[in-house]
Ligand binder design. Structure first.
Ligand code: DC
Length: 219
C-alpha cells in the first residue's frame, strides 16, 4: 500500500510522514533526501552539475541506500550532511534535471515495490505514484513555514533574518510550482490538509483519521 504526501518547503511533510509511517508500521521514504545525497556527491567530488557527461558518469557510480531514515551514500552515512546549507543551496538544478529525475524515479519506485510505505516529496502523487492508495497535499501558511525554517536555522547555529527566510521561501515555492519538470502541484485526487496553527500531533491525528476513513480495514 502506498500513501503519498506532497507539499511545499517546510510544510512539515517529513515529520508528518515519519510519524504516520510509525503509527501504521509502514516504511517511510523522504525523496528529497535522494536529491540531497546526489547533490552532496557532486559537491564532494567537485562535479560541475551543468556538465551532462559528468552527471552521467556520476550516475554510473552513485550508490544510495535508505534504511530506517538513515541515508547512505556509497556506503557512508550522510544523514546529517545532506541537510547542510550548502547542499540546500545547490540542490535545485539537480532536482530540475530530467535525467537525474528519471534516475531518482527508478529508485523511488523500487524502494516502494511490494511494501507498505509513506512516501513524501513534490511529485509523489502526480508523477511517481499516480495510482497510490491515498494521496495527501500538506501545506500551511508561508509565514508559519518560514517561522519553522527560521527556528531550524537558528538551532543549527546559522541564523538569518526572518524577512530573508520568508522571501527565500516564497521564491522557492514559486520555483517549485512553475518548473518544467515535475512541478509541485496538488494531485487531482489528493486530500488537502492545511496545518496552519497545528502541532505535529494534531497533523498526525488528522492524517491518521483520513487513513482510517479511506483505507479502514486495510491498514
Ligand atoms: O524536501 P527537501 O528540501 O529535502 O528537497 C530537496 C530538493 O529536492 C528541493 O529542491 C525539492 C526537490 N525535490 C523534488 O524536486 N522532488 C521531490 N520528490 C523531492 C524533493
Amino acid at each position: 500500500m502506498i500513501i503519498t504526501i506532497d507539499g511545499p518547503v517546510a510544510s512539515g511533510k517529513s515529520t508528518a510522514a515519519r510519524n504516520l509511517a510509525r503509527l501504521l508500521c509502514f516504511h517511510h521514504l523522504d525523496t528529497g533526501a535522494i536529491f540531497r545525497a546526489m547533490t552532496l556527491m557532486a559537491i564532494d567530488e567537485g562535479i560541475d552539475i551543468t556538465d551532462e557527461d559528468a552527471l552521467i558518469d556520476m550516475l554510473k557510480r552513485v550508490r544510495i541506500g535508505l534504511e530506517d531514515d538513515r541515508v547512505m551514500l556509497c556506503g557512508r552515512d550522510v544523514t546529517e550532511r545532506i541537510r547542510l546549507p550548502e547542499v540546500s543551496a545547490a540542490v535545485r538544478p539537480l532536482a530540475e534535471n530530467p535525467m537525474i529525475r528519471s534516475f531518482v524515479l527508478d529508485i523511488e519506485r523500487s524502494v516502494a515495490k511490494d511494501t507498505d510505505i509513506v512516501v513524501e516529496g513534490r511529485d509523489m502523487g502526480t508523477v511517481v505514484f499516480p495510482d497510490a492508495d491515498l494521496k495527501f497535499y500538506l501545506t500551511s501558511s508561508a509565514e508559519e513555514r518560514a517561522q519553522r525554517r527560521w527556528e531550524e536555522l537558528r538551532q543549527r547555529g546559522t541564523p538569518q533574518e526572518f524577512e530573508t527566510v520568508l522571501a527565500e521561501l516564497v521564491e522557492r515555492d514559486r520555483a517549485d510550482m512553475t518548473r518544467d519538470v515535475a512541478p509541485l502541484q496538488v494531485p487531482a485526487d489528493a486530500v488537502l490538509v492545511d496545518s496552519t496553527g497545528w502541532s505535529p500531533q494534531q497533523t498526525l491525528e488528522k492524517l491518521h483519521s483520513v487513513v482510517l476513513e479511506r483505507l479502514g480495514g486495510r491498514v
